[in-house]
Write a protein that binds this ligand. Structure first.
Ligand code: ADP
Ligand code: MG
Length: 625
C-alpha cells in the first residue's frame, strides 16, 4: 500500500489551531490585550465595532516590533517569550505559545502597524487568511496597533454561530475587566461603535475596582492581606451585607491571571459562614501570588482552570485570612444618609435565619389575624409596621390589574368566580347554626403555607402557591410588555439604585420593555439608576432585588437562544415577585390566586414548565379507601 500520511498545509493547520484559541471576539480581545501588556505598554486602547464582529483593534504604546519580528509574529510557534523548555517554569509573561497571532491571522483580515522607539519609521503588514497581502514602511507612533476585521470571514459556520451583539459585547467587557483588574497601573480605554464605554486611568487595585464597578463599590470593600511561604494573598472581599444574588463579581487571579476555582470559591464562602443572607453570594477580588513552579502553567490559553500543588493549604489560608479581615474591619453597615435604605440587606447570623422580618413579611400580613409571634421581637417590630401598609397596597394592586370577570369557566370544571369572599371567613363556633352553609362555600384552604386546596365538582385541586402565582404574574407581565398597557405606581421619592457600568448597559438594553411593564426611569448615569415609577405588581422594597435578579438572568441565559427577551423578562420578574412558599395567605389572597390562575391561558404549568397544580378526583379518593 502506498504512503497516505501528508503534512497539513500551514493555513489549514492554523485554521485548526484558531478553532481552539479563538472561540469568539472576546478571545481575540484577550490575546491582543495580553500581548500589549507583555510589550510593557502603559496605555492600551481597545476599539470595538459591532461587538467585535467587524472590528477589534488594540493600540498600545509598548516596545513595538522590528521589521523582521513584525513579519515573524504571525508564524506559528513564533514567540519572543521563551527560548528553552526551562523558561516555561519561570514565566512572567501572559503569552508563550506563539499561537495567538498566527491563529487570528488565519480567520480574519489583520492589519498590523508597529514601531520600536529607536526606529524612525514603522512597519505595516496586512494579512488575509494567513497570506501576507502587503508589507510596507509606515509612519506610526511608538508601539503597536493591531486591527482584526471580519472575524471568521472564511468560516461561515463559526460566524453564524456567534451570539447577538449584546452577548458578544458582554464577553468582551468581561475579558477587558479581567485584564484591567490585574494591571491597575496601565491606563485602559474601551470604545464601542464610536462611544466610550470605559476610561480607566492608571490607579491602584482598589481604585481600579471602583472605576470598573462603580463609585458605591468603595465603601463595600474590605481589604485582605496575608503573606506566607506558600502564597501571598491580597485583594478585597465585599462586606457581607452587600452580598448579591448573583455570582457576577467574584474574581480570583493567580499570578495575575484570571482563574476560576470552585474549590477556592468554596473556601471564600466558608469564611462568610453565618454572615450572609440565604441565596446570596459574596463579591470578591482576590489576588494570589504563588511560586510559578508550584502550579501547572501549561494551561491552555482559553482555559481558566489551574492546578495547584497544595490546594488544601491554600484553601485553609484563604479562609482564615478572609475571616480575620471580616472580623478586624468593622463589617457592620455604615450609616450613610445618602444611601437608599432599600439597598441595605441586613446581615443575619445563621441561627436567625428562620425569621423573615423583611420582604417576606409583607406577604404574610393578614389584616384579620393577630400579630404573628415571630413578628413581635423588638428588632423586627419596626419593620413589621413599616411593611403593613405596603403589603396591603401590594395585594390591592394585584387585584387592580385583574378583572375577575375574565375568569373563563371553560378552563375549569367549576366556576370559581361564584365563590363569595364574605362567606369564606370561618369565624363562627363549630356549633354555629350556619356552619353547614359556610363550609359549603368555604372551599379554599392553605396547607402548610405552601399549597392551596380548593374543591371542584369532580373532587379537589391542590395548587402550588408559588408556582401558580408565577404563572399569573408571568402572563400579566407578558401582556403588559407586548401591549405596552401597564399602569405604574408613581413613587413619592424616586428610588436611586446603584449598579455597575455593565449592569447599567444591560438595563439600558431592556429599558423599553421594562417601561412597558410599568417602570418609569429618570436619569440613568454611569453608576446609578433613578426610578420614579414601578409596576403595580411589585413593591418599592422589591425593586432592587427584582432588577438584580433580572440582570443576572439576562447575563446567564443568552436571550437569543430560543427564548425571546420579552419572555425572559416576564419569567424573571414573575419569578422574583411571586408569593413564596412559607408565606401565610389570607382568604382573599388564596381566592385571588385560584381565580387568576384559572383565568390564565396556560394555567397548568409555570413559565418554566413545572406543574402548578394537581387534581384529585373523588374516584381517586374512593380508590384509596
Ligand atoms: P505569544 O504571545 O504566545 O508569544 P503571540 O502569537 O500572541 O504569541 O505573539 C507572537 C509574538 O509577537 C510575541 O511573542 C511578541 O514578540 C510579538 N508581539 C505580539 N503582539 C505584540 C505587541 N502588541 N507589541 C510587541 N510585540 C508583540
Ligand atoms: Mg500572545
Amino acid at each position: 500500500m502506498s504512503d497516505i500520511i501528508q503534512l497539513l498545509p500551514d493555513h489549514v493547520a492554523n485554521q485548526i489551531a484558531a478553532g481552539e484559541v479563538v472561540q469568539r471576539p472576546a478571545s481575540v480581545v484577550k490575546e491582543l490585550l495580553e500581548n500589549a501588556i507583555d510589550a510593557k505598554a502603559t496605555y492600551i486602547k481597545l476599539i470595538i465595532k459591532e461587538a467585535g464582529k467587524t472590528l477589534i483593534q488594540v493600540i498600545d504604546d509598548g516596545v513595538g516590533m522590528s521589521v523582521t519580528d513584525a513579519r515573524l509574529s504571525f508564524e506559528r510557534h513564533a514567540t519572543s517569550k521563551i527560548k528553552s523548555a526551562e523558561d516555561l517554569f519561570q514565566l512572567n509573561t501572559k503569552g508563550f505559545r506563539g499561537e495567538a497571532l498566527a491563529s487570528i491571522a488565519a480567520i480574519a483580515h489583520v492589519e498590523l502597524k508597529t514601531r520600536q522607539e529607536e526606529d524612525e519609521v514603522g512597519t505595516e503588514i496586512k494579512i488575509e487568511g494567513s497570506e501576507v497581502a502587503s508589507q510596507e514602511v509606515c509612519v506610526t507612533p511608538k508601539g503597536t496597533s493591531i486591527s482584526v476585521k471580519n472575524l471568521f470571514y472564511n468560516i461561515p459556520a463559526r460566524r453564524n454561530f456567534l451570539k447577538s451583539n449584546s452577548v458578544e459585547l458582554r464577553h468582551i467587557i468581561d475579558e477587558f475587566h479581567r485584564v484591567a483588574m490585574v494591571h491597575p497601573d496601565i491606563k485602559f480605554d474601551l470604545y464601542h461603535n464610536g462611544s466610550e464605554v470605559f476610561s480607566l486611568p492608571g490607579a491602584n487595585h482598589r481604585q481600579r475596582i471602583v472605576h470598573i464597578f462603580g463609585g458605591k463599590t468603595n465603601e463595600k470593600l474590605v481589604p485582605i492581606d496575608e503573606e506566607t511561604d506558600l502564597v501571598s494573598i491580597t485583594g478585597f472581599v465585599c462586606k457581607p451585607e452587600y452580598a448579591k444574588r448573583t455570582r457576577g463579581e467574584q474574581f480570583f487571579f493567580v499570578n495575575n491571571r484570571f482563574i476560576k476555582s470552585a474549590y477556592l470559591n468554596h473556601g471564600v464562602n466558608s469564611a462568610f459562614e453565618g454572615l450572609l443572607k440565604e441565596k446570596t453570594h459574596p463579591s470578591y477580588f482576590i489576588y494570589l501570588t504563588v511560586d510559578p513552579t508550584s502550579i501547572d502553567i501549561n494551561i491552555h490559553p482559553t482555559k481558566t482552570e489551574i492546578k495547584f500543588d497544595d490546594e488544601h493549604a491554600l484553601y485553609a489560608m484563604l479562609r482564615s485570612t478572609i475571616k480575620h479581615s471580616l472580623g478586624q474591619f468593622n463589617v457592620a453597615p455604615v450609616l450613610d444618609f445618602n444611601r437608599d435604605s432599600s439597598m441595605d440587606t441586613p446581615y443575619e447570623y445563621k441561627s436567625k435565619m428562620a425569621q423573615t422580618p423583611t420582604i417576606e413579611v409583607d406577604r404574610s400580613f393578614n389584616p384579620f389575624k393577630e400579630d404573628r409571634k415571630e413578628g413581635s421581637s423588638s428588632s423586627s417590630a419596626n419593620n413589621y409596621t413599616n411593611f403593613k401598609k405596603e403589603s396591603v397596597g401590594s395585594w390591592e394592586n394585584l387585584y387592580a390589574g385583574l378583572d375577575t370577570s375574565e375568569v373563563s369557566p371553560k378552563s375549569v370544571e367549576n366556576d370559581f368566580s361564584s365563590i363569595q369572599f364574605e362567606s369564606s371567613e370561618v369565624t363562627g363556633s363549630l356549633f354555629d347554626g350556619d356552619q353547614q352553609a359556610s363550609l359549603e362555600h368555604n372551599t379554599t384552604y392553605q396547607l402548610r403555607r405552601k399549597y392551596i386546596i380548593t374543591t371542584i365538582k369532580s373532587g379537589m385541586v391542590i395548587i402550588h402557591q408559588n408556582r401558580a402565582h408565577q404563572r399569573v404574574l408571568y402572563e400579566e407581565v407578558l401582556r403588559n410588555i407586548t401591549m405596552a398597557s401597564a399602569v405604574s405606581q408613581q413613587l413619592l421619592f424616586p428610588l436611586k439604585l446603584s449598579f455597575s457600568k455593565q449592569e447599567i448597559l444591560l438595563l439600558k438594553e431592556v429599558r423599553e420593555q421594562l417601561e412597558n411593564t410599568g417602570f418609569v426611569f429618570g436619569e440613568i448615569t454611569d453608576g446609578e439608576v433613578s426610578i420614579s415609577g414601578i409596576p403595580t405588581v411589585t413593591t418599592e422594597s422589591e425593586v432592587s432585588v427584582l432588577l438584580e435578579k433580572l440582570i443576572s438572568d439576562i447575563e446567564q441565559e443568552v436571550p437569543d437562544s430560543g427564548f425571546s427577551l420579552t419572555d425572559l423578562l416576564a419569567r424573571s420578574i414573575s419569578g422574583s415577585i411571586a408569593v413564596r412558599t412559607g408565606v401565610d395567605l389570607a382568604q382573599e389572597q388564596l381566592q385571588h390566586i385560584v381565580n387568576s390562575l384559572f383565568a390564565c391561558t396556560e394555567p397548568t404549568v409555570t413559565p418554566d414548565n413545572k406543574p402548578t397544580f394537581i387534581t384529585l378526583t373523588v374516584d381517586d379518593i374512593d380508590k384509596k379507601f
